[in-house]
Write a protein that binds this ligand. Structure first.
Ligand code: DX5
Ligand code: ZN
Length: 226
């Protein structure tokens, strides 16, 4: 059985009651809380900073998966580590020194990962596979929730899966493969079939009244893949 993890994105939650939204989605079966950080510079939107991460920490009994869509990366990555993030991912082209940024995140006690936009090459992974805990493949262009899944990312997910399998077969360790953007009940199984093990879903979960029902339906789809 492959382990599958569901990571609801707070981006589509009710920002007026984030603590409750975090508790509710965990109660409904979330494995991670996906926390989207946008700076209105790297992406054309502005969301949540480290103070909000710190505030929801007490409500989150599962790991907080911080997705940094910011430039520069290093100072904010360190602030999020202090604010209680468990996993911190960033876009390699937003960092001047990718190896250093990964090191800063790991030294702060967090898991670290790289995020790839639909048109960003996986070649950034070539020299850092031994330093990462997660690869995050964007299946939309980052900046907004509720966008359509871009189908050509299936190929990229499969390519990332192959890189992970080759690396872990040789060197051991564990690298998660997360996919973010446009994931719904009706395509999650195909995303898993392409090789993903961790699934971000914002509008698909927070856009419905019954979170538990959506999460159960997603798990039922994933069970068909196992
Ligand atoms: C987009 C964010 C996503 C977003 C996904 O830039 O990184 O995490 O919340 O939202 P949905 O699932 O609605 O596409
Ligand atoms: Zn995200």
């Amino acid at each position: 059985m492959r382990p599958f993890r569901l990571a609801p994105s707070l981006l589509s939650a009710d920002f007026a009651c984030l603590g409750q939204e975090v508790r509710d989605v965990i109660h409904a079966g979330a494995d991670l809380i996906h926390f989207d950080v946008m700076d209105n510079h790297y992406v054309p939107n502005l969301t949540m900073g480290p103070m909000i991460c710190e505030a929801i920490r007490a409500h989150a009994s599962v790991p907080i998966d911080v997705h940094l869509m910011v430039k520069p990366v290093d100072s904010l990555a360190q602030m999020f580590a202090k604010a209680g993030a468990d996993i911190i991912t960033f876009h390699p082209e937003a960092s001047e020194h990718i190896d250093r940024t990964l090191g800063l995140i790991k030294d702060a006690g967090c898991k670290a990962g790289l995020v790839f936009n639909p048109a960003t090459s996986l070649s950034y992974l070539d020299h850092v596979m031994d330093k990462i805990d997660m690869i995050l493949i964007m299946s939309v262009n980052p900046g907004f929730g509720g966008q359509q899944f871009i189908p050509h990312t299936f190929k990229k997910i499969a390519a990332a899966r192959q890189l992970i399998n080759e690396h872990t077969a040789k060197h051991g360790g564990e690298i998660w493969l997360e996919v973010d953007g446009g994931i719904k009940i009706d395509n999650i199984r195909a995303v898993a079939a392409a090789g993903a093990d961790t699934f971000v879903a914002g509008s698909a979960i927070y856009g419905q009244a019954d979170y538990q029902q959506v999460i159960a339906a997603m798990r039922a789809e994933l069970a068909k893949e196992n």
